[in-house]
Design a protein around this ligand. Structure first.
Ligand code: TXA
Ligand code: MG
Length: 342
């Protein structure tokens, strides 16, 4: 299959979004920008098209997909019930990088939810995503547009690298604003529970829903017999080919550890301005006090290290609060939960 790589700008905005909408309505799967990461989109109402998403990504059959909507009327169509917390969270954070989990309605098929009775819904703020959904007038199922287990795509080129020849269209709208996937919160647990941290932080959510809590699996590896509240939690994620380890401690200790333990093609992932202190090749993933910058760069740096043929990566540890929690959550999975404390 030929993959059309289409740069979108003000001049061709209506034309390009109309082409995307036409393909989606015809049951095709396409690469589409959002404010978080690029999505692999299909009509949520077309089971064959949703099955194609699983095939294209190599996604495990029991990992459900987020449904993207453009207005609250569509929300009512896809969920059975809208709890008051959802109304408040939607008012505060939609459109934007927040996904909420609801009881699903009859309109949503088992292929999207992998037979769960819940559905994850998000209203993206990216103008291109928004316009495409409006033009389809259909809810759009879209996971991140990477091959399963690989780092998520934050540019259209990343999508092309992973999915060239497998989908008919990739819309290129430049680098994603946020760079990590949406915050996922479940409203069907006994208390609202964050399954995946993101740019919308726990602290921000608690201003709206004070009893919101964090699922244990956000930073902790699930035990063999533990059930994942969100299937995505149990899979290997965001991982480059290299063996990644998070190394916690001062920069001085980190540098000593990296030098001592380097073997083969080893790289350090550090913060801005730290490179001179580190004797092995190193690449920065942002300023130490700018988690928003780290979020935006993280997946690009992981992909870059793959291209450089890195076999071992030692990463400086992000903080644990605010947006840093999202960065730590992705990095700890990329590292397969390997953390060394110095
Ligand atoms: O920012 C985002 O959310 C991006 C863009 C494209 O919108 N999408 C994205 O989708 O990150 P994906 O498939 O890579 O991650 C969705 C996560 C998975 O971990 C999945 O297990 C979880 O959401 N999920 C989806 N439906 C669920 C459900 N009904 N119950 C629990 N977890 C669910
Ligand atoms: Mg993903």
């Amino acid at each position: 299959m030929d993959t059309q790589f289409l740069e979108i700008d003000d001049n061709n905005f209506e034309e390009a979004t109309a082409l995307a909408a036409k393909l989606l309505k015809n049951g095709k799967v396409i690469g589409m920008p959002t404010e978080t990461v690029y999505g692999l989109a299909a009509s949520a109402y077309n089971e064959q098209a949703v099955r194609e998403i699983f095939k294209v990504k190599g996604r495990p059959q029991d990992n459900p997909i987020i449904v993207h909507i453009s207005d609250m009327i569509m929300l009512r169509e896809v969920v059975a019930d809208i709890p008051p917390e959802a109304v408040a969270l939607a008012k505060a954070f939609w459109p934007g990088p927040l996904t909420m989990i609801f009881k699903k309605s009859e309109a949503i098929n088992d292929t999207v939810t992998c037979k769960m009775d819940t559905v994850a819904v998000r209203m993206p703020s990216h103008p291109v995503a928004k316009r495409i959904i409006e033009k389809c007038a259909l809810p759009i199922a879209a996971p991140s547009a990477n091959l399963s287990s690989k780092p998520s795509p934050t540019t259209a080129k990343h999508v092309l690298d992973d999915l060239h020849g497998k989908i008919p269209l990739i819309i290129d709208a430049g680098t994603c604003e946020f760079g990590v996937e949406s915050t996922v919160i479940s409203l069907v647990e006994s208390v609202p529970t964050i399954f995946r941290p993101g740019i919308i932080t726990l602290e921000q959510i608690r201003e709206v829903v004070p009893n919101a809590t964090l699922a244990k699996a956000v930073l902790t590896e699930l035990g063999k017999d533990e059930k994942a509240v969100s299937p995505g939690m149990k899979y290997k994620h965001y991982s480059p080919s290299a063996d990644v380890t998070i190394v916690k401690g001062s920069l001085k200790k980190f540098a000593e550890y990296a030098e001592k333990n380097a073997s083969g093609n080893t790289y350090a992932m550090c913060f801005d301005g730290e490179n001179e202190m580190i004797s092995i090749p190193s690449v920065s993933y942002g300023h130490i006090d700018r988690p928003d910058e780290q979020a935006k760069k993280l997946f690009t740096v992981l992909r870059m290290l793959d291209k450089a043929g890195a076999t071992t990566v030692f990463a400086r540890c992000p903080k644990k609060d605010g947006v840093s929690l999202a960065v730590l959550n992705r990095l700890i999975r990329a590292a397969g939960f390997k953390v060394v404390e110095l």
